[in-house]
Design a protein around this ligand. Structure first.
Ligand code: ADP
Length: 673
């Protein structure tokens, strides 16, 4: 076994590899970009080497820098994780040339599978079934068009160097072929530097089923069964499970044999995944049929979803990788491998299901995972307070559950998802829970179009904020005002405790924006018996409670005890309760929205006071209504908002400074500059 290994990656996979390395007694070296100086993978490693600025082209993709780091720290081997340099044949060669073991397959095997068309030709020769189609060298428009006609529409055009769903075009009729071809070539060229394509039959009801293979340097090859990764959005996986629902023992054998043949055909070593597409138009076994699965591609690395295989086989695949790379034989033979129970992985992303799953960035103001144990595993590379930046993958964590059978595993998954508490970024947690609880998913009625097919159930349009969440938001605010707790952010209007007693008045009004509503006003009454009486959209609700030291709100809502985490981010608040996250914004009625505060490209102080918070920086682009700074005057806080869309030039004052009426608080960049 190696004494020291370097992990040429970041995030959860770097942490995952280090855990096994440490367990096996190997020291670890992390590499990191400037953006990751405080990242979890750096903290976990025994040593860490800075390799460059945040963009991956200037850090995590720099082969020479990484090899240099390995030499400097005397690491004997490099684990590439997934993504980045993991399927880069030149990197595998560069490692070998530097006398460092690349923990992965030989460069020749990476090259053989790197190009989709050549890989398909190799597979045909090895008698592995492939999707009917054209994968020749002749890229003439006429040749490709004729191939599409012969295959029969619909067809799929794929950039041969493609990956991650890029450079793919589905074409449903001959008239649209030429335009789609252009698009696939353009994307292939810009993303992968190659405009060569292949054309194949587009399967209308496919399932994505892949086989985990492992080979040692002695020439032994085994498979560790299948994973079903049919639930995808934007052709990318979000939920994976093992074993595949409806898989018969004989089909498993046939697919396993095909995958082992594929690995043998290219002299494979280490962990690999052979991806198949199964046509599920048959009406038994959840559509699976032994003569309708086809080779799609082979990923010559460890996959994101490898933990589900680990959970059903009881093996540590990273340990297998390290042992094989060190020259040891495979730990188990095919006969010794068995499937135990069922595992599902959900990828928790910082993304917005409402907006076509577009990635979102932000700070993880709160990140609490469900408790880990024999049934629940969490693989993550971030901690509470960390940033989900624009530079890297927006995956927050992988949640993996295991149980005796699929229905029990799905129950575990829903329960674990409901225990997740994330605030600060929009996530797909509620969406994942909706998939896990969906009757069609429970039936194993899977196909890659699952999300689109059930979109209305899975991504419902935002409705009104439920009374329960509103009540929790009000209670949090009212309790903070009473001084029951010290808010984390002393400048937050949620935590304003500015001396005036609400109880002196008959009632008060709290105003919010959230859900699909522009303004929600909740009247608060103060019954003599204590607590509050909230006048919510659905009726009156007596409410009381307390906030504990851990920031958890314990509420009594008309006799119902509920707990919630309430996370503040300026005027925005996230209520996490009962497995759901509600984002609400407190509207500060004191905001000086209507006062004329702009004069000649400058925002001036409408009244004398003290600046308590500056919310923007020079250079920032603001929209009309965005908060610029908060001014405390006459024992009240006033939010100064942008009178129009603008770019900030300078802000002469900082928090804590006293300003006179008419002081120039913010200068805008002159239009046209
Ligand atoms: P990439 O390398 O870009 O990830 P793949 O070839 O692995 O591309 O395909 C990605 C996904 O596209 C598959 O998981 C599947 O959902 C879909 N797909 C690929 N080939 C076909 C096909 N012939 N018919 C229908 N869907 C396909």
């Amino acid at each position: 076994m190696f004494r020291k290994i370097l992990i040429a990656n970041r995030g959860e996979i770097a942490c995952r590899v280090m855990r096994t390395a440490h367990r096996l007694g190997a020291a670890t070296v992390a590499v990191y970009s400037e953006a990751d100086a405080n990242a979890m993978h750096v903290a976990m490693a025994d040593e860490a080497v800075l390799i460059g600025p945040p963009p991956v082209q200037e850090s995590y993709l720099l082969m020479d820098r990484i090899i240099e780091a390995a030499k400097r720290t005397r690491a004997e081997a490099i684990h590439p994780g997934y993504g980045f340099l993991s399927e880069n044949a030149a990197f595998a060669e560069a490692c070998a040339a530097a006398g460092i073991v690349f923990i992965g397959p030989p460069a020749s095997a990476i090259r053989a599978m790197g190009e989709k068309a050549a890989a398909k030709a190799l597979m045909v020769a090895a008698q592995v079934p492939v999707v009917p189609g054209y994968h020749g060298d002749d890229q003439d428009d006429a040749v490709l068009t004729r191939a599409a006609d012969d295959i029969g529409y619909p067809v799929l055009i794929k950039a041969v160097m493609g990956g991650g769903g890029k450079g793919m075009r589905q074409v449903n009729e001959a008239g649209k072929f030429a335009a789609a071809l252009k698009g696939a070539r353009r994307e292939g060229l810009s993303s992968f530097g190659d405009d060569k394509v292949l054309v194949e039959k587009y399967l209308e009801r496919p399932r994505h089923i892949e086989i985990q293979v492992f080979a040692d340097q002695q020439g032994e090859v085994v498979h560790l069964f299948e994973r079903d990764c049919s639930v995808q959005r934007r052709h990318q996986k979000v939920l994976e499970e093992a074993p595949a629902p409806g898989m018969s023992a004989s089909m498993r054998r046939a697919m396993g044999d095909a995958a082992v043949a594929a690995a043998k055909a290219i002299g494979y070593v280490g962990a690999g995944t052979v991806e198949f597409i199964a046509d599920v138009s048959a009406d038994s076994n959840n559509g699976l049929s032994e003569d309708a699965f086809y080779f799609m591609e082979m990923n010559t690395r460890l996959q994101v979803e490898h933990p589900v295989t680990e959970m059903i086989t009881g093996q540590d695949l990273v340990e297998w990788q390290l042992r094989v790379a060190a020259g040891e034989p495979l730990p188990l033979s095919q006969d010794e491998l068995t499937i135990n129970g069922h595992a599902v992985e959900a990828r928790i992303y910082s993304e917005n299901p409402q907006k076509k799953f577009l990635p979102a960035t932000g700070t993880l103001h709160r990140l609490r995972s469900p408790a880990e144990g024999p049934h629940v595993r969490v693989d993550t590379g971030v901690r509470e307070g960390d940033e989900v930046s624009m530079f890297y993958d927006p995956m927050i964590a992988k949640l993996i559950v295991w149980d005796r059978d699929r229905p029990s595993a799905l129950r575990r998954l829903v329960d674990a998802l409901e225990r997740y508490e994330i605030a600060g970024v929009i996530t797909n947690v509620n969406f994942l829970a909706a998939v896990a609880a969906h009757p069609a998913f429970a039936d194993g009625d899977l196909e890659t179009g699952f999300i689109d097919k059930y979109r209305d159930d899975l991504v419902p349009p935002p409705g009104p904020i439920p009374d329960l969440a509103l009540a929790l938001a009000c209670l949090d605010l009212l309790l903070a005002r009473q001084g029951n707790t010290a808010p984390a952010d002393p400048h937050s209007p949620w935590g304003k405790v500015d001396g005036w007693r609400l109880n002196d008045r008959g009632h008060d009004e709290l105003c919010f924006v959230g859900g699909d509503e522009a303004e929600i006003v909740v009247k608060v009454h103060y019954p003599g018996s204590g607590g509050f009486l909230l006048d919510l959209p659905g009726g009156e609700m007596p409410a009381n409670g307390e906030i504990d030291d851990g920031g958890t709100l314990w509420a009594d809502l008309d006799g119902l005890r509920v707990s919630a985490a309430v996370v503040h981010d300026g005027d925005k608040v996230t209520i996490l309760s009962g497995g759901r996250a509600y984002r609400i914004e407190r509207v500060d009625r004191m905001a000086l929205r209507d006062v004329d505060i702009e004069a000649g490209g400058k925002v001036i102080a409408p009244l004398p006071g003290k600046i308590v918070q500056v919310q923007v920086e020079a250079g920032a682009t603001v929209k009309k209504g965005d908060a610029l700074l908060t001014l405390e005057a006459m024992k009240m806080e006033h939010t100064i908002t942008a009178p129009r869309d603008a770019v900030i030039a300078t802000i002469p004052f900082g928090a804590g400074e006293q300003v006179a009426e008419g002081a120039e608080l913010v200068m805008f960049v002159a239009e046209g500059d």
